[in-house]
Write a protein that binds this ligand. Sequence first.
Ligand code: COA
Length: 189
Amino acid sequence: MSTPRSGLGCGAAPTAFGFALRDTPVSSDPAAVERLVVATGFFRPSEVAIARELVEDSLARGPEASGYHFVLADDARGLAGYVCFGPIAGTESSFDLYWIAVRPDRGGRGLGTALLAAAEARIAAAGGRRVYVETSTTERYAPTRAFYAARGYRLEATLPDFYAPGDGKAFFVKVLGGCEVPPCGSVRS
Ligand SMILES: CC(C)(COP(=O)(O)OP(=O)(O)OC[C@H]1O[C@@H](n2cnc3c(N)ncnc32)[C@H](O)[C@@H]1OP(=O)(O)O)[C@@H](O)C(=O)NCCC(=O)NCCS
């Protein structure tokens, strides 16, 4: 793999939204992430466990060795949202967006868009070209799919019944920098 990763790190950045972004998980984040993804009501217990494990793995081995990079958003109440992403082993410049979640009381006010844009900026700075994201095909996830589609992600493939009977996996992709799928990296202010 030829992905340079030096561009992935950066410090906290206070924003006009009332939250601060940071790239480095801290010891309280596994529990905070678990609380947050449970609070969304979107994820199965097995998925919640995986979300927590990704943070623990990144804390234990570091972002480079684990392959799990984060942008985390804090507000006065604690962790308000986060995104987890990393290079896909064996590819030249493709990245997976593993997870994105926003605390429900902060939903619909631009934080998810800001986190997605922050992840894409870090991926692009690291030489990433294609960002892949997987989600469910069920009706429950229709707003999530619309969220990706409105931010330049194209539905590339689906695997019916992947997660469970009637619950397929949808693969979305966004090509960074090339404007292959408009809009490119648009962020609502
Ligand atoms: C999807 C998610 C990260 C979006 O975060 P957000 O901060 O609410 O997003 P923003 O405020 O930046 O953007 C709102 C957009 O997301 C859409 N959206 C998707 N799910 C939503 C939700 N549960 N609540 C509010 N808006 C949601 C809205 O329709 C809106 O679309 P539009 O601006 O194109 O009209 C967040 O809703 C969430 O955590 N959902 C549950 C977990 C999830 O589905 N994660 C992805 C798993 S693959």
